[in-house]
Write a protein of this length. Structure first.
Length: 472
């Protein structure tokens, strides 16, 4: 061989060898495109994107392409590369012919760490490497293979990287709903009246991705075990109500509906706190939605007081023994009550206060106490309070219930706050100054066991039993 021919052959082999050595360092001739840049994905469901891979290289017989899915958020959802028959591609690697193209399906599954409302982004790239062929069995120098017999340079280790495509997925719930109830009834507050209708407004929203229909139920419960069988509750929206899913963004789409719960307590319902619960059931299997709130039937506490004479003193000018009896009703079971009982002397149109007061921290339905007073006209007051409020601010505490009663101590009567002696109380002897200044008509009263009411006293006065007073 001539010398120039030798150097020509040597240059040729150096050129071929350098081509294999530089194959991994060169920019990849493979490009990727997708038909999906963003998509909604239902929880427990999947989305499939179609990847089109094009090999523009015409130099090498075949090209190995190693596909990679990268999640920049650090939260990887389940994802797989599939062939056109939807079989998983082994080792995420495909082989492409010179100047050829391939189709790959990329499936993303929303499960595990994927929840409704989550948004995630995936980047798909590929590493590429020409496949080594020992075309004549004698390639021994700069062959692009460690052993110059097999392909020992896999695409997964290549530094040749394709373009990057980015896809964004938003997780959605197929069927879901939300119910929001008003904090107060249409009348304001949460008080309901026996036998009367109260409206309570709420809003149902289809927060799911698909259209759904609903059924409605409502019931009343009470922690104290009161009977609620005669209460009436109507949910307000008819079963079968349809609402469009969030997928439908058209102007005609209806995603929510307003309803009104109608509540009618039983006419004999006990006072206390009751809970109203509304449940909305999805036809397509979404979790039940609903709300609950408390309503109150006021206790309508009451207190009554009466006075009774115990005995007659030996002398009418002495102290007369009486008892007062206070009774309470319709108290709430979880409230502590205190009653304050006061007695005042009536002097014409004014009330003369003296030390005659009792505090009753209520632990039973009635209470009785004795007291002694000189004869005259008096008024007894009974006021009912909430104990804690009375103790913290006695000057401004609210009176929950009250009653007052005017009564006479002695056998006489009171008319317009003036005490008139009965004949039995007139001392015929020298007596006291008061007895000398006061005389009574000869109509005699029987001694009453209970205090005579004001209306009876007025009636007696009307028939002429009015004592005459004359000064000697």
């Amino acid at each position: 061989m001539k010398q120039w021919q030798f150097f020509l052959m040597l240059g040729f082999f150096l050129l071929v060898g350098s081509s294999f050595e530089n194959a991994e360092a060169a920019a990849s001739p493979v490009t990727i495109s997708t038909d999906v840049s963003s998509a909604d994905i239902l929880v427990e469901d999947y989305v499939i994107a179609t990847l089109t891979i094009v090999n523009s290289d015409t130099r090498y017989r075949t090209m190995d392409v190693y596909l990679i899915a990268n999640w920049p958020t650090g939260v990887a959802w389940d994802a797989y590369f599939l062939d056109t028959d939807l079989n998983v591609i082994e080792d995420n690697k495909i082989n492409m012919s010179k100047g050829g193209a391939a189709t790959v399906k990329f499936v993303v599954i929303c499960e595990g760490v994927c929840s409704a409302g989550d948004t995630n982004t995936v980047q798909v790239i590929a590493k590429t490497d020409p496949k080594f062929y020992n075309y004549d069995g004698n390639v021994t120098d700069t062959c692009g293979s460690d052993d110059c017999e097999t392909d020992t340079s896999p695409a997964s280790a290549s530094s040749n990287v394709t373009n990057t495509i980015t896809m964004t997925f938003t997780a959605r719930t197929a069927y879901h709903s939300q119910v929001l109830c008003d904090a107060e009834s249409s009348e304001g507050g949460n008080v309901v009246i026996r036998g009367q209708t109260t409206q309570w407004y709420y809003t149902l929203t289809n927060t799911g991705w698909n259209t759904d229909t609903y059924q409605f139920t409502g019931w009343i419960t009470n922690a104290d075990g009161h009977d609620v069988s005669l209460w009436t509750i109507t949910p307000g929206l008819a079963d079968g109500k349809e609402l469009h899913g969030q997928r439908d963004t058209g102007s005609a789409a209806v995603h929510d509906a307003e309803g009104s719960i109608s509540i009618i307590p039983a006419t004999d319902a006990a006072s206390g706190v009751y809970n109203v619960e509304l449940t909305v059931v999805s036809t397509n299997g979404a979790p039940d939605a609903g709300c609950n709130f408390d309503v109150v039937i006021p206790a309508e506490e009451s207190i009554t007081v009466s006075v009774a004479k115990v005995d007659t003193p030996p002398h009418p000018e002495g102290e007369w023994n009486y008892t007062w009896l206070a009774e309470v009703d319709n108290l709430e079971t979880d409230v502590n009550y205190t009653a304050v009982i006061n007695i005042y002397r009536v002097d014409d149109e004014s009330f003369e206060s003296f030390d005659r007061g009792w505090r009753w921290d209520i632990d039973r339905e009635s209470n009785e106490n004795p007291f002694s007073l000189h004869r005259g006209c008096y008024r007894i007051y009974a006021n009912l309070y909430e104990s804690g409020a009375l103790d913290s601010d006695g000057n401004n505490v609210a009176v929950l219930a009250s009653m007052d009663l005017e009564f006479a101590v002695g056998n006489g009567i009171c008319v317009d706050g003036v005490y008139y002696l009965a004949i039995s109380e007139v001392d015929e002897g020298p007596g006291t100054t008061e007895e000398k200044e006061t005389e009574t008509e000869t109509i005699e009263l029987d001694e009453p066991e209970e205090v005579v009411s004001i209306s009876l006293l007025s009636a007696l006065a009307a028939i002429g039993f009015i004592a005459t007073v004359r000064r000697k």
